[in-house]
Design a protein around this ligand. Structure first.
Ligand SMILES: Nc1ncnc2c1ncn2[C@@H]1O[C@H](COP(=O)(O)OP(=O)(O)OP(=O)(O)O)[C@@H](O)[C@H]1O
Length: 350
């Protein structure tokens, strides 16, 4: 079977429910990301898989093994689950060399001979480009290098499963991008099944096979990065993933919908109470014959962002619309008319 199965996972801290019956299946070899704002329960879910937290209800299977089943009071301790875990805070031992840190999970498990442990650790250090630093202690390493050591230690601890809890949050922007590519490369190279926690949507889009968006202890939507980015199904996801325009449908019939004071056509699925969501970049200057909506709107405020300019448009009978147009286009004068194509609109059911 392989992979990870989470069934009916619930967790209560001091009578506050932070996870409500999470069901999630992660295929063998899949890289999934739990994405959501602070406090939505991502870390708690991950810690339940790792065995660092005991669920209040539910069952978790890793590969063929049921590692926790609250009904049967079954609980496999963390070091027996054969998962590698990488934390935001690195969590490597300050009194051990890089090599000793990486060997630690093998020694603790008494896995293999000393020579075998050395060979496995050496391979992991090489995979993360840290062979030359093996004898150094954590205080002699930069933050990025320490995180590579933590990554190498995770790799040797992992049977098949790697768990990442915001592992790149302490690194500067450039290093984050380089390291996230590396995390994904290692996942593919080692053939792991990975769960990655972040609140950074770009990181989630870049690294994942599938993104699971969480909201207040529940799964709100799950899909490929492209599905999540292009086709959110709820207001919460649309808002979180950066759809600046979310307009409530006031009237709808025969494919025509009125939302935010604008008349849209070609939207047969829209019903009153639904919302139409589109990104600021989907609002283009000028009219277009095939557009779902063309409207005139004065600019109330503009924000210069270098390549683009963000325009806040006033629309009578609605909350307004945010447009993002190239700065070059703006330089030709403020547009007065705008359009949105149907292909760029997600209809969010009420
Ligand atoms: N040990 C604990 N005792 C009490 N409450 C806790 C404990 N751990 C987590 N919580 C609460 O559970 C909720 C979910 O926390 P969790 O850390 O899973 O969220 P998260 O989505 O990972 O957030 P973040 O991105 O900030 O880490 C929060 O409201 C948090 O305060």
């Amino acid at each position: 079977m392989g992979g990870i199965a989470i069934e009916g996972l619930a967790k209560t801290f001091n009578s506050t429910r932070v996870l409500h019956s999470i069901d999630l299946r992660i295929e063998r070899g899949e890289f999934i990301t739990l994405l959501g704002p602070s406090g939505c329960g991502k870390t708690t879910t991950l810690r339940c898989v790792a065995g660092l937290e005991t669920p209040s209800a539910g069952r978790i299977r890793i590969g063929e093994d049921t590692v926790v089943d609250s009904e049967l009071a079954d609980f496999t301790p963390p070091h027996r689950r054969r998962v590698g875990m990488v934390f935001q805070s690195y969590a490597i031992w300050p009194h051990m060399s890089a090599r000793a840190n990486v060997e630690f999970p093998l020694r603790r498990r008494k896995q293999g001979s000393r020579a075998e442990q050395r060979a496995i650790a050496a391979r992991a250090l090489e995979s993360v480009g840290m062979s030359a630093y093996a004898e150094r202690y954590p205080h002699e390493l930069s933050g990025g290098q320490q995180q590579r050591i933590a990554l190498a230690r995770g790799l040797v601890a992992a049977g098949e499963v790697m768990l990442y809890d915001e592992p790149l949050s302490n690194l500067d922007a450039k290093l984050r991008v380089a390291m996230r590519d590396e995390v994904r490369r290692l996942h593919d190279e080692f053939g792991h099944t990975s769960i990655y926690v972040t609140h950074d949507q770009e990181e989630a889009l870049a690294i994942s096979d599938r993104i699971v968006i969480m909201n207040a202890g529940r799964i709100e939507q799950s899909g490929t990065p492209q599905e999540i980015f292009d086709a959110p199904t709820t207001r919460y996801v649309a808002d979180f993933i950066g759809f600046e325009n979310i307009l409530t449908v006031e009237e709808a019939s025969g494919g025509i919908a009125v939302a935010g004071g604008i008349r849209f056509s070609g939207l047969p699925d829209a019903r009153p109470g639904d919302a139409l969501a589109f990104r600021s970049g989907a609002v283009s200057p000028g009219a277009h014959d095939d557009a779902a909506a063309t409207f005139d709107a004065p600019v109330a405020r503009e924000v210069y962002l270098g390549e683009d300019v963000v325009l806040h448009l006033e629309v009578a009978g609605g909350p307004g619309v945010v447009a993002r147009i190239p700065a070059q286009r703006r330089a030709q004068g403020l547009p007065e008319r705008f359009h949105v194509d149907a292909a760029d609109i997600a209809v969010l059911t009420a």
